[in-house]
Design a protein around this ligand. Structure first.
Ligand code: PGA
Length: 252
């Protein structure tokens, strides 16, 4: 039995106005209220964070942000800081999602600053890593994962490594409907855990490693049963209360 509590996190990306977010959380809460033994998180857009924290208070659903700057404050137009999220009682934050890396130029160097800043502010980071289709075809998957995990976690003290959640998200599987095969997911996730173990075997046993990329209710149970998979980061299927709740149920 793994000592790790599974985490199912819904990444809403740039979906849901405030009114739509209220409707979604209203439909979701009763559907996940009995899901014992699994952590459930939603990651709404910044503007819905406060409302979602209020709506989920006292429930089992935690609220995470989708990004943040590493500095506490400063002249960084358009950015949001770790203490600002913490003040709202946001529980954690997705960092280094492939859309941020690819569309907004987020670098491993920046992530190396963001990871310790999140922990410092009391936020649980979900660090996203993963290879493109051409990297996989060229046999570069492990090299890519090694670089991302090593560089992005560089600033995290060894004693806190186990607090970081890592989401293995093959980029070719995100939003494409092309979910990774079970063996591919298990192999890559075990490799990610081994990379953490290179720094601390003990912390690697605590580290939750999630799978992300086209997770749908149909194949959630198979993925979540894999020995090293500690949950899922869910995009599209988290926008519908019914399908997100059935993915949560598959983790129980
Ligand atoms: P998807 O997105 O489930 O829609 O593929 C996953 C993600 O981007 O985190």
């Amino acid at each position: 039995m793994s000592p790790r509590t599974p985490l199912i996190a819904g990444n809403w990306k740039m979906h849901k106005t405030l009114a739509e977010a209220e409707a979604l959380i209203g439909a979701l809460l009763p559907r996940v209220s009995t899901a014992d033994g699994v952590d459930v998180a939603i990651c709404p857009p910044f503007l819905a964070l406060q409302a979602m924290v209020d709506s989920t208070r006292g429930s089992r659903v935690q609220v995470y942000a989708q990004n943040m700057h590493h500095a506490d404050h400063g002249a960084f137009t358009g950015e949001v800081s770790p203490p600002m999220l913490d003040e709202l009682e946001v529980r954690g934050v997705i960092l280094g999602h492939s859309e941020r890396r690819e569309l907004f130029g987020e670098s491993d160097r920046e992530l190396a600053l963001k990871l310790p800043a999140a922990l410092q502010a009391g936020l649980v980071p979900i660090l996203c890593v993963g290879e493109t289709e051409s990297e996989r075809d060229a046999g570069e998957t492990e090299r890519k994962l090694r670089r991302q995990v090593q560089e992005d976690l560089e600033g995290v003290p060894e004693s806190r490594l186990g607090e970081v959640v890592i989401a293995y998200e093959p980029i070719w599987a995100i939003g494409t409907g092309k979910v990774a095969a079970a063996e591919q997911a298990q192999e890559a996730i075990a490799f990610v855990r081994a990379l953490v173990a290179d720094r601390s075997r003990e912390q690697a046993e605590r580290t939750r490693v999630l799978y992300g990329g086209s997770v749908k209710p149909e194949h959630a149970a198979e993925l979540l049963a894999l020995p090293d998979v500690d949950g899922a980061l869910v995009g599209g299927a988290s926008l519908d209360a019914e399908s997100f709740a059935s993915i949560v149920a598959a983790a129980v």
